[in-house]
Write a protein that binds this ligand. Structure first.
Ligand code: SIN
Length: 587
């Protein structure tokens, strides 16, 4: 990984934008026990499981820690599928172009090239490991289309249970080797903070095993390297498609430790999340984009279709375009939702192709075969995260990241549908390969954690709902300088509360993680005074060429966040696609 200094030039934050100061660690007692490994992998989605399985073949001892049970993470909930250029008429180049266009000029082309070129082989390896994708009559992987893809390239499994099937297959592989002394799994383990040695190299984590020992009991894992695959931060908002475990613990721990973070402001809001009323909070039911891929379409509360006039790809425009159009149409019609119409697809097809979604809808009292489904955008994916290079190395020596927690540069300003499972898979392999090479070269030798410096902080869990509300109102699907200022001030007020009431333990630590990430995200969103991809500013509704680049943030030794800006050259395919979309709207 390049140094922070190589990641752009220092950005002078305007005086009216508040810059948060964060503590270096959470308030927690010293570790009461220690586990040792060569590599600690944090997280058990597609990225964590793949990294652990690949590493265990080639290093002596891998420790996999996961927050609840192996199968409970965002991968399990992924409906639509995994994108890869598998069809004979498709190509990695076509997949690259669609990804760059969806990323609205901010994707790292080399990272995308790695994704699309290595993707097909990695998906076939998943099949070899036992993943049962849905097949066509000829026995080939059946492919469908989702928003932003110019081609059918989404592989799916059990209709709409792709993530669950991949997770099942990988966990089966893991269970088959669990008797092997070279791999250990600790479930119900919440990571608390990173451990560093005297040289600043990451050499482990502190963690709390939920439900065991003291309510605030802490252990430590010491290792030559830590691979973070701990997923996203959806619970930072009041409503999200992410499971309750997605409280950004891994991302927040890196932020506090001084890792460089990138693109934090680019949060993806999925257009078609079932709207369950104004008070609905927490994880909400997703209606996969693949449903539109099979022919469903959006109508407003007056029954009028609105996407075909707005974009050449109509209802299958990139996700940010559709979400933005829905928000605008909700405003125009003074409604808090639009509708998804799947009725013409018919009950038999819906049941066969989307069994899980239909079952969820029916349980909640909706019949997609006969009724319009109320939908509205809700938080879905963090396109930014801990900045990595193409090998998954972060700015902190010894720390790697892959999957949603990372910012590899693949997604830019908006992730293309079904690229996330692929990213986790491809980059987990890259991480494993790099670590094995470095171990063979005698790098990253075991070292001892230094004594932690500074005071830890924890925010009482009773503030969690306020933090989520504040983030949703001020830094949610639509933001402005005014709303972000308000949110930043509200978050600072939480951060400055005395800790005396904070009960130590899981809820407190999770709440503090949400707070710290919220503060960094709000800062990046404030600085990005333009609308681009998943970042929508009501006070700056167009993209601004001067802001075509990445905001990188890092916590400095004094606790303050510093910011660098690194411009990205114009990408011709993105400019051409933007011109075509503008021309389409004019006609
Ligand atoms: C969906 O099925 O619409 C979600 C898939 C994704 O987020 O890539």
């Amino acid at each position: 990984m390049r140094d922070f200094g190589d990641l752009g030039t220092a950005y002078a934050v305007p005086a009216d934008v508040s810059v948060p100061s964060l503590p270096g660690r959470l308030a927690a007692p010293p570790p009461g026990w220690v586990a040792h490994a060569d590599v600690i992998v944090v997280g058990s989605g597609i990225a964590g499981l793949t990294a652990a399985l690949k590493l265990r073949e080639r290093v002596d001892r891998v420790l996999l820690v996961t927050k609840t049970v192996l199968s409970e993470g965002s991968t399990e909930w992924a409906q639509g599928g995994i994108a890869a250029a598998l069809a004979p008429e498709d190509s990695p180049e076509a997949h690259l172009v669609d990804t760059l266009v969806a990323g609205v000029g901010l994707c790292d082309e080399d990272a995308v090239r790695a994704l699309v070129e290595e993707g097909p082989a990695r998906v076939r390896e998943l099949v070899a490991l036992g993943t049962e994708f849905d097949l066509d009559e000829g026995g080939e992987i059946k492919l469908t289309r989702e928003g932003g893809h110019g081609m059918d390239r989404i592989a799916h499994a059990r209709g709409d249970a792709t993530g669950a099937e991949i997770s099942r297959a990988l966990i089966a592989q893991l269970r088959a080797v669990l008797d092997d002394p070279g791999i250990e799994v600790i479930e119900h383990a919440l990571v608390v903070d990173l451990l560093k040695d005297e040289s600043g190299r990451v050499c482990g984590v502190t963690l709390h095993v939920i439900g065991e020992g003291e309510i605030n009991g802490i252990g430590a894992g010491h290792a030559r390297a830590v691979v973070l695959a701990s997923g996203g931060l959806g619970q930072i908002y009041s409503s999200t498609t992410n499971p309750s475990v997605a409280t950004g613990d891994g991302m927040a721990m890196c932020l506090r430790a001084g890792a460089v973070m990138g693109d934090l402001e680019f949060v993806q809001f999925h257009p078609t999340v079932l709207w369950l009323g104004p008070g609905a909070s927490g994880q909400q039911p997703l209606i996969s984009e693949a449903v539109r891929g099979e022919g469903a379409f959006l109508v407003d509360v007056d029954g009028e279709r609105f996407m075909p006039a707005l974009h050449p790809q109509g209802d299958l425009a990139p996700r940010d375009v559709v979400s933005r159009a829905i928000v605008a149409r909700m405003r125009q019609t003074r409604a808090d939702h639009v509708y998804l119409d799947c009725r013409h697809l018919g009950e038999a097809f819906l049941l066969e192709r989307f069994p899980g979604i239909v079952a969820t809808l029916r349980r909640l009292g909706f019949d997609p075969a006969t009724q319009l489904l109320p939908v509205a955008p809700a938080q879905h994916y963090a396109s930014g995260g801990v900045r990595t290079d193409l090998r998954g190395r972060t700015s902190l020596e010894g720390l790697y990241a892959c999957g949603e927690v990372s910012c590899t540069g693949v997604h830019g300003a908006n992730r293309l549908a079904s690229n996330s499972l692929l990213e986790g898979l491809v980059f987990a392999h890259r991480v494993a390969d790099d670590l094995v090479e470095r171990f063979a070269a005698g790098e990253l030798l075991p070292s001892q954690p230094a004594a932690p410096d500074g005071h830890g902080y924890a925010c009482d869990s009773q503030h969690r709902v306020h933090i989520q509300e504040s983030m949703t109102k001020g830094a949610g699907a639509v933001r402005s300088a005014e709303s972000l200022t308000k949110t930043a001030l509200q978050l600072i007020a939480h951060a400055e509360l005395p800790m005396t009431e904070a009960e130590p333990g899981t809820l407190t630590w999770e709440t503090t993680n949400l707070l710290h990430l919220g503060q960094a995200l709000t800062l990046a969103a404030h600085l990005r005074s333009e609308t681009r991809g998943g970042h929508v500013r009501s006070d700056a509704p167009e993209p601004d060429d001067d802001l075509r680049g990445h905001f990188h943030t890092r916590r400095e030794a004094d606790g303050r966040l510093s910011v660098r800006f690194s411009p990205v050259p114009e990408q011709a395919v993105v400019t051409a696609a933007q011109a075509a979309a503008a021309e389409h709207q004019e006609h």
